[in-house]
Design a protein around this ligand. Structure first.
Ligand code: 4AD
Ligand code: MG
Length: 460
């Protein structure tokens, strides 16, 4: 059957032509002679209006069409005499796929985002969540396009792994053992030899280590997949399951790495402005009048690059009452990151963090105190990217692994990359949902992923 989506119809100037449209009823309004039905099919944020003459349809049929129902309308596309739309459909034939009774929860407009989270199976039918989903799609596509156009290869990193890539121990275990009666070793510990993989396994916290293996052959690669962290941080910026993009580049040092991060982020913001303006304008008007300004500002900005030490100096000199006192050697808190971004009024890249607060794989600086790490801090969301140049020296890497008490034996293959044809290399991780937070202006990460996974919450 020939059908046209709402996006195409609203653009069309082929009047007095018969068209078929399918979608969900957003609102229905009665007047004396006609019924106005606003239909949406998700192809665009706007609805198309179908106008049904009361005497042309059975009363029962028109009555049964209510908000939430799914219908097909065949009719003439005409120039709309009314305000608010350029075209409308004069309905000739209406068929119903599915009715929705008065218990359909999205009757009235203006539900809170909190309420919508409780009906995650229906919330895509709202303007807000629909807009966010289209933007999320555009960003995913833009990311693949950016890397493809810049000579990167897409690597599918495993979801189940035996390693803890961040060395932070925040992993979800994967097992088929009977938790009520696990096989035991003589000393009483659990015998993982009998588990599905014959060893302890978990859901990945990062595809970086696997990406490094591929970068040592294909030079420029990236991963883009689900990532899992069992950190018990119930904040508006953390998910237990999120999507991470991790480029990894052979022969790139920390400065090259920063160049890629900055170029990619600006490309993506521009991509959103170029391709999602209807949805962004809706979100700007509805939630955050500064959204479009902020996006344009970042698109045209030059990111400020400073070292961690310079950052701490700025924080101390600010003489401000922070909840956590800024101090060299301690991790930067959200309030510190915000201050630095406000201070420079643009995205900030911070490099050369103290080795004690960063992962084992980061390249150690000559000073013996810092590592070649980089975090990209964005206005509004804080840390959007974390990355580094990698330690490519076998002796230095193994010394660090031992010093940190990490499972050296498990890391044999990662270490071998430094044994056979090692090369300087760098990479970073971009949290997709943090990017979507920035681009949509939403304030809670639960609203930018279709089905959020957070502590004590895995409904749907
Ligand atoms: O800074 P992170 O932990 O870095 C890594 O995982 C490195 N292996 C990346 C690399 O060098 N290849 O995480 C990277 C980014 C963060 O900056 C943040 O945007 C996002 O991932 N992220 C989260 N997003 C949502 N919920 C969480 N719990 C997140 N943890 C990290
Ligand atoms: Mg980080």
């Amino acid at each position: 059957m020939k059908r046209t989506n709402v996006k195409e119809l609203l653009k069309s100037t082929e009047y007095d032509k018969e068209v078929t449209v399918q979608g969900w009823v957003r609102t229905k309004r009665d007047s004396k002679q006609v019924v106005f039905i606003a239909l949406n099919d998700g192809s665009i944020i706007h609805n198309i209006q179908a106008v049904a003459a009361i005497d042309a349809f059975p009363e029962e049929l028109l009555k049964s069409i209510t908000t939430g129902a799914c219908v097909q309308v065949k009719g003439m596309l005409v120039k709309s005499p009314g305000q608010g739309q350029s075209v409308e459909i004069q309905a000739k034939e209406i068929s119903i796929y599915g009715l929705a009774d008065e218990t359909f929860p999205l009757q009235k407009k203006g539900h809170t985002l909190e309420f919508l989270r409780e009906i995650a199976h229906l919330r895509p039918r709202t303007n807000t969540i629909g807009a966010i989903m289209r933007i999320r799609h555009a960003m995913a596509y833009g990311i693949h396009k950016y890397f493809n156009d810049n000579g990167f290869y897409y690597l599918h990193a495993p979801v189940i792994t035996g390693s803890d890539a961040e060395g932070a121990g925040e992993m979800f275990r994967v097992t088929t053992l009977d938790l009520n009666n696990p096989p035991k070793n003589e000393d009483g510990s659990i015998n993982y030899n009998e588990d599905f993989f014959g060893k302890e396994t978990n859901l990945t916290v990062s595809g970086q280590l696997e990406a490094e293996t591929a970068a040592m052959a294909l030079s420029k690669v990236y991963t883009f997949g689900p990532t899992f962290r069992a950190e018990n941080s119930n904040t508006p910026r953390h998910l237990a399951e999120f999507w991470m993009i991790e480029p990894e580049m052979a022969f790139y040092d920390i400065n090259d790495n920063m160049d890629v991060a900055e170029d990619m982020l600006k490309y993506l913001v521009k991509y959103a402005l170029d391709n999602c303006l209807d949805d962004l304008t809706f979100l700007n008007n509805m939630y955050d009048k500064e959204l479009l300004n902020r996006l344009n500002m970042v698109k045209d900005s030059t990111f400020k690059r400073i070292t961690y030490t310079e950052g701490v100096d700025i924080l101390i000199a600010a003489n401000k009452k922070f909840e956590f006192k800024p101090e060299w050697g301690k991790d930067l808190q959200k309030e510190h990151e915000n201050h630095l971004v406000d201070h420079f009024k643009c995205p900030v890249i911070i490099t050369d963090y103290p080795r004690g607060i960063k992962a084992f794989y980061m390249k150690q600086n000559e000073d013996g105190k810092t590592v070649r790490a980089m975090d990209v801090l964005f206005p509004y969301v804080g840390e959007i990217i974390g990355g580094s140049q990698r330690e490519e020296n076998y002796d230095k890497l193994i010394a660090r692994i031992r010093e940190m008490g990490l499972p050296e034996k498990e890391m044999w293959w990662y270490l071998e990359l430094r044994k056979f044809g090692t090369a300087p290399h760098s990479g970073f991780g971009l949290g997709l949902e943090r990017l979507i937070l920035f681009v949509t202006g939403m304030t809670n990460i639960r609203d930018v992923i279709p089905f959020p996974r957070t502590p004590k919450n895995a409904e749907f």
